[in-house]
Design a protein around this ligand. Structure first.
Ligand code: S3P
Length: 165
């Protein structure tokens, strides 16, 4: 039985929101998406928040989302850069179970190529460099799952791994 938050982490395009929402449904848990919560709270798109207030402000909002979370079982899809701020990954690991949806830069970049809502999606070399920079943080997750599977397979694999923790 799940008794603490499940945090889905990984790069843009790894499927955190879709998998998270499905996983929450199957486990009958509340679902939070940090990007969606921030958009709702600020009444602005992420691109506009980055443009008008800067990335540092957005990162502050992400940290607040984690601080505000109830300390009970739920599923949280974290923005791609969220766990990479200071000691936030350690806080997530201490507070719940962190699941890293892992895929190569090529696969991820291809998946989000038509998406204009992500200000940090630029060109493939920069995307690859960002993944390389973040990988050691993402790998601190208690569970690592290959993200290049169907949503159904991912949900089942996560549920299976969670039952073993
Ligand atoms: C970001 C990822 C985005 C969003 C913002 C910054 C990042 O979330 O939080 O554009 O730094 O990787 P997704 O990972 O849900 O796309």
């Amino acid at each position: 039985m799940v008794t603490k938050p499940i945090f889905l982490i990984g790069m843009m395009g790894s499927g955190k929101s879709t998998v998270g929402s499905e996983l929450a449904k199957r486990c009958n848990l509340p679902f939070f998406d940090t990007d969606a919560q921030i958009i709702l709270q600020e009444g602005q798109s992420i691109t506009t928040i980055f443009k008008d207030h800067g990335e540092a402000y957005f990162r502050l909002l992400e940290r607040q989302q984690i601080d505000q979370l109830p300390n009970e079982a739920c599923v949280v899809a974290c923005g791609g850069g969220l766990p990479c701020q200071g000691d936030l990954i350690a806080a997530l690991v201490a507070k719940g179970t962190v699941v890293y949806l892992k895929a190569s830069a090529d696969v991820l970049f291809e998946r989000i190529q038509d998406n204009s809502t992500r200000p940090l999606r630029t060109d493939l070399p920069s995307f690859q460099a960002l993944l390389t920079e973040r990988e050691s943080v993402y790998e601190k997750a208690q569970i690592v799952i290959a993200a290049d599977q169907t949503i159904e397979q991912l949900v089942l694999e996560i549920m299976n791994k969670l039952s073993q923790t």
